[in-house]
Design a protein around this ligand. Structure first.
Ligand SMILES: Nc1ncnc2c1ncn2[C@@H]1O[C@H](COP(=O)(O)OP(=O)(O)OP(=O)(O)O)[C@@H](O)[C@H]1O
Ligand SMILES: [Mg+2]
Length: 302
């Protein structure tokens, strides 16, 4: 288990982290979801021991990672947000270079590198220079560079930036394969959809603070329980028949908040019984988007 305890970090006058704590269980995808500047990369740089916290600590299996750096760096793989590949080298040369930095040699290194390149769909292009790759291909190579030493805990900082939907799903499958082998994955994103699809546990981070942590569905039921129903009514001028008891009315649209989908039909039946026809229905479901808005007062758009 990884325990992040009350991390604070400032860069001069900029307070990047203002006391961050969370626990990550083995074999799960733990995700930080937050906007630009929230503190995601700073948190990862601390976990990767590239930075030291001003206060706070990080424990792995009960021991401080800062006091056991060498062992920790062997068990941990870090995939940075900013691409760390050499454009003048081929994909294979890049990853073999990484393997040699971790002390892998000969056949073992070669097999491991080819296995990873195949996993990420780059085996056919492995002998091409990276400067001939598309942006998404470089991003995919960047992802496996941090995995050559087969780490138990993997940090992926916005690994799918600029990657198409189909390839993203291949990456999600690959991540699932890793967690099924008891690997632990820490992941950052500012994409709601990614958090909903991939994270076992999501931590919402904003302005250097964790606003909530939990399973997506638990956060939704706790912080955004209601459903917003928008009904467009035909031939309703809002004056003769009163429906203000059913919700807000504006320009032939009735907007109302309900706590479950079962309440949709009774609202429509009530309108019909008052002689009002419903032309169209819009349901805005409870979602992580609403959770984010309720907790931070901000919209986070994909
Ligand atoms: N090296 C640095 N020097 C000064 N300020 C920094 C540095 N790195 C980060 N910051 C500041 O710390 C805050 C958190 O930045 P961080 O990179 O951790 O955010 P992030 O959540 O990763 O954002 P993004 O989604 O844009 O990657 C920001 O205000 C940023 O400007
Ligand atoms: Mg970042």
């Amino acid at each position: 288990m990884l325990e992040v305890k009350n991390l604070k970090k400032s860069y001069g006058d900029i307070k990047a982290l203002n006391g961050i704590s969370f626990l990550v269980e083995e074999g799960q995808v733990f995700g930080l979801l937050g906007p630009n500047g929230a503190g995601k990369t700073t948190t990862f740089n601390l976990i990767a021991t590239l930075l030291k916290p001003d206060t706070g600590n990080i424990l792995w299996e009960g021991k401080s990672i800062f006091e056991n750096k060498t062992a920790w760096r062997k068990s941990m793989g870090f995939v940075p947000q900013h691409l760390a590949v050499y454009k003048e080298l081929t994909a294979f040369e890049n990853i073999m270079l990484m393997a040699s930095l971790y002390g892998l040699k000969g056949k073992e290194a070669k097999e491991r590198c080819i296995y990873l390149l195949e996993k990420i769909g780059l085996k056919e292009r492995m002998n091409d220079k990276v400067n001939s790759f598309s942006g998404g291909m470089v991003r995919r190579l960047n992802l496996v560079m941090g995995l050559v030493h087969n780490p138990d805990i993997i940090l992926l900082d916005e690994p799918t930036a600029g990657i198409d939907v189909q390839t993203k799903h291949k990456i999600y499958e690959f991540i699932r394969e890793l967690t099924s082998k008891r690997k632990t994955v820490l992941y950052t994103t500012h994409l709601l959809k990614e958090a909903e699809e991939l994270f076992d546990t999501v931590a919402i981070i904003d302005e250097g603070e964790i606003k909530a942590i939990g399973k997506v569905e638990d956060l939704v039921s706790k912080h955004a329980p209601s459903i917003i129903l928008e009904l467009t009514l035909s031939d309703f001028d809002g004056k003769e028949i009163s429906i203000s008891d059913l919700g807000q009315v504006k320009d032939n649209v009735l907007k109302t908040e309900i706590d479950s989908r079962e309440k949709i039909a009774p609202v429509i039946e009530e309108l019909i019984s008052r002689g009002i026809e419903v032309k169209s229905i819009k349901i805005k479901g409870a979602s992580l988007e609403t959770v984010f808005l309720n907790l931070t007062g901000k919209e986070l758009r994909d």
